[in-house]
Design a binder for this molecule. Structure first.
Ligand SMILES: [Zn+2]
Length: 421
């Protein structure tokens, strides 16, 4: 397979899939700012946008009600309907009333902690309160009262556990001198960083990854399979029947052994031809013959990888021949309900940098999305990979990064049954 253009990838850490604000203008006051990357990623969303004049005002303070709204929107918490006001100074005519009551209903805000029933919604929110709100919003458990900061003594004991946990999870950072400065107001730039980290933290463990191997190379059995086994990650083999059993290619017995270990076998077409150059009848042969061959040899035919991307939309013959798994694999066989922003398919070879690779995984975390990697062969550690291939070190790096993020590794069929977008 070749890489299709729509996959050309995301270079930024974060694109949040929330409704964009009405202000689409580029921001005019964040270029070169230390938090630029976070601000730009967040400003395209309804979590925290720019102002109608094109500014973002990164050094302005965030008020209590503004931060609470951002938190509710960032975590996509459904906003409550009408209720009795929980605070004396936020009634139901206030713009922030629904967000504040949603925060109360979700246990993020506790009216009993207020002084004289007041929230003071328009005042700048101090760092220590932000820490408490985000810990509650993420439902993280507070273990101890140790903050880890040099000025921990200045932090009221009831807040210390929250400050400790946001440090431990890298949700908020302290100052270079080792202090937390609990009562400092939070600027919009600082809030952007905190919200990006919060969105990331809330998505951990929800996305998943699939690793596919095309063309039946024996190196998959020899070099990739053992590494998959050591991590407990299944893989997917897409085979060209005419290759199986040839020199340097996998055998039927090897494919079966991998299936026993949870791998999936699928078809990579009969002759690896450009489907767009073929007639419907020829395509149907490309699809049906390997499927029959796989069945006859006692292998799965769980899904199908077309050899080259389609440049035009739905190809009826392809979707006619293959079932749900196929329909969701690769967005070009565009049978709803595929959401292409939640599914990325990309070649894992030397053309994909480590930064791009980790960005893809981060995207899967943030969106709860699905990344499908594919490659042709896996060389031994220390060896130069073949064209469109990788070596064991690269595969191990990928697995480490997947593990770090708590992403699930699934076969194509499992991915489809988990989430058909
Ligand atoms: Zn191919």
């Amino acid at each position: 397979m070749k890489r299709t253009t729509w996959l050309i990838m995301v270079t930024s850490f974060l694109i949040v899939t929330l409704v964009p604000t009405a202000v689409a203008k580029p921001l005019n006051d964040v270029s070169g700012h230390w938090a630029e990357r976070y601000i730009i990623n967040l400003a395209d969303t309804s979590v925290m946008g720019g102002y109608p004049d094109g500014s973002f005002r990164p050094e302005a303070n965030v008020t209590r009600e503004e931060f609470i709204k951002c938190l509710i929107v960032a975590l996509k918490i459904p906003v409550c309907g009408a209720v009795e006001p929980s605070y004396d100074d936020v009634d139901n005519t206030s713009w922030s009333f629904p967000y504040i009551e949603t925060a109360v209903a979700s246990g993020i805000l506790k009216p009993e902690e207020s002084v004289n029933g007041m929230l003071k919604p328009g005042e700048p929110i101090p760092r220590v309160e932000v820490a408490r709100l985000i810990v509650r919003a993420l439902k993280l458990s507070v273990k101890s009262g140790y903050t880890g900061y040099d000025d921990g003594i200045n932090i009221p004991p009831s807040y210390r556990g929250y400050v400790g946990i946001v440090k431990e999870r890298s949700l908020m950072s302290g100052y270079p001198d080792g202090t937390f400065r609990p009562w400092n107001p939070v600027t919009r730039a600082e809030a952007s960083v905190i919200l990006v980290r919060l969105i990331y933290e809330s998505g951990k463990g929800t996305g998943f990854v699939t690793i596919c191997y095309d063309h039946s190379s024996e190196s998959i059995f020899n070099n990739a399979f053992p590494l998959h086994q050591s991590y407990g990650y299944p893989g997917v083999n897409y085979i060209l029947p005419s290759n199986v059993g040839n020199r340097g290619m996998m055998t039927i017995a090897q494919l079966k052994e991998m299936e026993q270990a949870g791998w999936e076998t699928g078809s990579h077409s009969k002759n690896h031809l450009h489907f767009k150059d073929l007639r419907d009848r020829e395509i149907s042969q490309q699809l049906s013959q390997p499927k029959e061959w796989l069945q006859k040899n006692g292998l799965q035919y769980a899904s199908f990888a077309y050899p080259f991307g389609f440049d035009t939309d739905p190809y009826p013959v392809v979707s006619e021949y293959y079932e749900s798994a196929v329909k969701c694999f690769g967005n070009k066989i565009n049978v709803p309900p595929i959401n292409r922003f939640n599914l990325e398919r990309i070649m894992l070879d030397s053309g994909l940098s480590n930064d791009e690779l980790t960005d893809l995984l981060d995207q899967a975390v943030i969106k709860g999305g699905w990344v499908i990697f594919y490659t042709h062969s896996v060389a031994e550690a220390g060896q130069t990979p073949a064209n469109h291939g990788i070596n064991q070190q690269r595969l191990n790096y990928l697995f480490q990064e997947i593990k770090k993020r708590g992403l699930k590794v699934v076969t194509v069929s499992e991915g489809v049954s988990l989430k058909c977008f």
